[in-house]
Design a protein around this ligand. Sequence first.
Ligand code: HEC
Ligand code: HEC
Ligand code: HEC
Length: 131
Amino acid sequence: MYNKKLIIPGLIIFVVLVTSPIWYNGLQAGPMPKPELPPGGEQNCVRSAAYMRDNHMVLLNEWRDDVLRNGNRVSITVDGKEYRKGLQLACMKCHSNKEKFCDSCHEYTSVKPYCWDCHLSPADIASKETL
Ligand code: HEC
Ligand code: HEC
Ligand code: HEC
């Protein structure tokens, strides 16, 4: 015979124990990072900040495909300034501090985009220029 009075509390204790690392880590995780926004006059991103927070990786892939597969390097205008579609040509022109912008979020969420194996961040470029 099963004892319902024991099974239900037993299951609850089991679930709490099994998921305890999640609870524990959730409580331990530091505060959300505040990525450093571009210095200077730029007020806007290429899309709304909310769209960018959720979808910048998708947009980057779209841009890459547009440029490399469709040969379409159309420029985009933000606050009256023109930028050519590209990771270095647009994003890093405004978000010039990869470490304090891109990396601050990615370290927090443990994402490691491999883009920088080939693409240069502004800091990479600066260190090459001083060689
Ligand atoms: C193996 C090397 C390599 C890796 C890794 C790589 N790329 Fe590229 N990417 C290139 C090359 C080469 C081009 C062509 C550059 C050109 O024609 O201006 C390019 C072009 C692009 C472009 C369009 C033009 C430009 O200059 O930005 C975008 C956007 C882009 N890559 C995004 C990404 C993103 C995002 C990642 C990571 C998820 C990534 N790439 C990873 C080599 C790479
Ligand atoms: C013209 C300058 C400019 C360009 C080009 C630009 N950004 Fe932005 N970006 C900004 C500004 C300014 C904000 C803050 C906007 C706001 O708060 O409304 C921002 C916000 C963001 C955010 C949200 C950050 C947050 O915590 O709210 C992400 C992610 C982002 N940009 C990624 C990118 C990527 C990836 C590219 C290239 C595809 C790019 N940006 C191109 C200026 C730019
Ligand atoms: C507001 C926080 C934030 C900022 C700022 C930010 N990212 Fe991200 N990024 C994320 C998160 C979170 C993910 C993982 C999303 C997922 O897995 O769905 C991600 C994923 C990516 C990916 C896909 C990587 C993969 O392995 O799937 C690329 C490429 C990328 N980011 C590029 C950039 C670049 C370039 C910048 C700086 C111009 C930037 N991000 C700034 C939060 C951010």
